[in-house]
Design a protein around this ligand. Structure first.
Ligand code: NA7
Length: 283
């Protein structure tokens, strides 16, 4: 079994590393080729083009930024679907994109003879490294079963949610809660501070209370240091809340959160962790 991995960003590198660790033969491609070095020093082989990757590999994984990136990789002039070698193979897209785009790519892939799963993840860089991601899969049951042993090396659970688009729909829903929660924590801390309660004290109270979560405990050190290296980049949260809005469902809290992330992005905080909205709200 030869696996092709496309997209070596913050998430792609640790995830692809876990497939290597699990003993799979791994070929990698990234738009910026230098980023393949870290994996190629560790037994992965670099493909010079998507065409070469498709010809060599049985299963293709994509983990890239957004709808535009996924479209370019699958349906661009030199994209995956341009190669006749895709016939009979399986593609697993783990990027967070709109359910509509997942369904469209799945249909185009089908016409080219490529089977396609949307399989985005909940969890940031830490869970990616520890292979404890939560994976939500949309597509045919048999394709899901074929991918499952590989997905099990990337996450603690890989659930089949339904047909194509169901994985990305579930992902938008869970990230809606994430976006709202981080805004809620930020407002709570700023509210408490205005009433004379220090952030460290308040974080302790939250952690010990019923609303304390691993998410909030995990962000505490970052909040106290006002230092936000990206575990999950604020720009990606902004994108996910925009995609959620495009679903056309009334979500007043998420609407408010979407505006906050958008303003923080405009302020130049996009490459920091999503928790950096606290810095934006505090300014
Ligand atoms: P990053 O760290 O921003 O990495 C994004 C990756 O996507 C990186 O490999 C990029 O290549 C690649 N990319 C972006 N645009 C393109 C295009 N147009 N063509 C090819 N490749 C592209 O994101 P994360 O790893 O944190 O997140 C990945 C997904 O998981 C995202 O959907 C999140 O919302 C969740 P580059 O290195 O810049 O050349």
């Amino acid at each position: 079994m030869k696996i092709g991995w496309i997209g070596l960003g913050n998430m792609g590198v640790p995830m692809a590393s876990n497939l290597l660790q699990a003993g799979y033969e791994l070929y990698v491609w990234n738009r910026t080729p230098e980023k393949t070095a870290v994996l190629c020093e560790n037994r992965a082989k670099r493909a010079d083009s998507l065409e070469q990757l498709v010809e060599t590999c049985d299963v293709l994984f994509t983990m890239v930024s957004d709808d535009a990136a996924v479209k370019e990789i699958y349906t661009g002039t030199d994209g995956i679907l341009a190669s006749s070698a895709v016939r009979g193979k399986l593609a697993v897209d783990m990027s967070t994109i709109s359910p509509d785009t997942s369904r469209t790519i799945a249909e185009q892939a089908k016409q080219a003879g490529l089977r396609f799963l949307d399989a985005p993840v909940s969890g940031s860089v830490g869970p990616a490294r520890e292979a404890t991601l939560v994976i939500m899969v949309g597509g045919e049951q048999t394709d899901y079963e074929e991918a499952k042993p590989m997905l099990d090396k990337l996450g603690k659970i890989a659930l089949h949610m339904g047909p194509n688009g169901a994985g990305t729909s579930a992902k938008l829903a869970i990230n809606l809660l994430l976006g709202i929660t981080v805004q809620g924590v930020s407002e709570t801390l700023l509210f408490a501070r205005s009433l004379g309660i220090g952030t460290e004290q308040m974080l302790q109270i939250i952690s010990e209370s019923a609303v304390g979560t691993p998410l909030i405990r995990g962000k505490a050190a970052s909040i106290l240091a006002d230092d936000y290296p990206a575990a999950f980049a604020l720009k990606h949260m902004t994108k996910d809340l925009r995609l959620a809005r495009e679903a056309g469902v009334s979500t007043p809290l998420a609407e408010s959160a979407a505006a906050t992330y958008r303003h923080a992005l405009e302020e130049g905080l996009g490459d920091l962790d999503l928790m950096a909205i606290l810095r934006h709200l505090d300014s």
